[in-house]
Design a protein. Structure first.
Length: 135
């Protein structure tokens, strides 16, 4: 499939797809006319790349872990090195710290909202949780 179709099917811009290729995250073969051609599994690969970016990983880390991920058919790829496993555990710890910091920030914000609105803090926090559940 051409780059435009891959972009449409994955919701990722053509520019991002070119970046993924430049970073070694995605491979395309070239037609005689120089156009990029992607195989069908590229759709799953792009979705996986997007998930890894959303998890807060950088392209250089994604580059290292993609060969260790399972193929779309569920079969294993190459085995991760102990160093890579350590790096991934560090990334997970970083994400956990970010979640903790965000929860702390939300608590502070709840206190400010409670003070500003004259409502008790617990009532403000419950209202915020109900709004979050509605999203």
């Amino acid at each position: 499939m051409r780059i435009g179709e891959l972009a449409r099917r994955t919701g990722v811009s053509e520019r991002s797809l070119r970046y993924y290729e430049q970073q070694g995250l995605l491979a395309a073969r070239r037609t005689d006319g120089g156009h990029r051609e992607y195989p069908e599994p590229a759709v799953d690969r792009v979705v996986l790349i997007q998930e890894l970016f959303a998890a807060g990983l950088h392209s250089r880390t994604i580059y290292k872990i993609l060969p260790c991920m399972r193929d779309s058919d569920g079969g294993p790829n190459e085995v991760a090195t102990p160093l890579l496993v350590e790096e991934l555990a560090s990334e997970r710890d970083r994400i956990d710290r970010m979640v903790t910091d965000l929860l702390r920030s939300r608590e502070v914000l709840d206190e400010v909202i409670a003070t500003a609105s004259g409502r008790p803090r617990a009532e403000t926090a419950e209202a915020g949780a109900a709004e979050a559940d509605a999203m």
